[in-house]
Design a protein around this ligand. Structure first.
Ligand code: ATP
Ligand code: MG
Length: 152
């Protein structure tokens, strides 16, 4: 587990853009954190940094949004309303995962469906309203170099 602390939404966006540069199709990222921690903010900043001009919004009700980026697509999911692995599989999104970058808010409950994934925990820290701590951990060898680069 490694952590980074930021003091503003802009710094969160910079962190998201840094991570974005390291991603490739097939990557799965699970975002955890309380309401308004900044999960959607992170996905929006990351996706825009990869060149998307699509409208990026919380998929709370749609469950899944796809955004175009020059190198392919980003799949943005919100698993908040998903209640079981079965319900998740019934969405039929599995065929997309190898070809897109997948970012899943509230994804902890379905993480087991993936062999490899990066987990980002966003926590409120400090006295200031805009301070956040990002903690990174991962399952799978794919992510070791990414964790090393984020540390650098
Ligand atoms: N350092 C920060 N990083 C990200 N967002 C911040 C930060 N400081 C303040 N904010 C604000 O926190 C809010 C985060 O909202 P966002 O919708 O991204 O949260 P969320 O984790 O996706 O919530 P939900 O659980 O409802 O999906 C935004 O209003 C954003 O401006
Ligand atoms: Mg959200």
């Amino acid at each position: 587990m490694q952590s980074v602390q930021v003091d503003s939404p802009e710094q969160s966006s910079q962190l998201a853009a840094r991570l974005g540069q390291m991603l490739q199709a097939g990557d799965v990222i699970i975002l955890n954190g309380a309401l308004a921690a900044g999960k959607t903010h992170f996905v929006k900043a990351l996706t825009e940094s990869l060149g998307s001009t699509d409208y990026i919004s919380s998929p709370t009700y749609t469950i899944a949004n796809f955004y175009n980026i020059p190198s392919g697509s980003v799949l943005h999911m919100d698993a908040y309303r998903i209640e079981s692995d079965e319900e998740f599989r019934d969405l039929g999104l599995e065929e997309y995962f190898p070809d897109v970058i997948t970012l899943i808010e509230w994804g902890a409950k379905i993480a087991e469906d993936f062999d490899e994934y990066l987990v980002i925990d966003i926590d409120f820290v400090g006295q200031e309203k805009e301070q956040r701590q990002y903690s990174f951990s991962a399952v799978g060898s794919r992510w070791q170099p990414v964790l090393d680069e984020l540390k650098a």
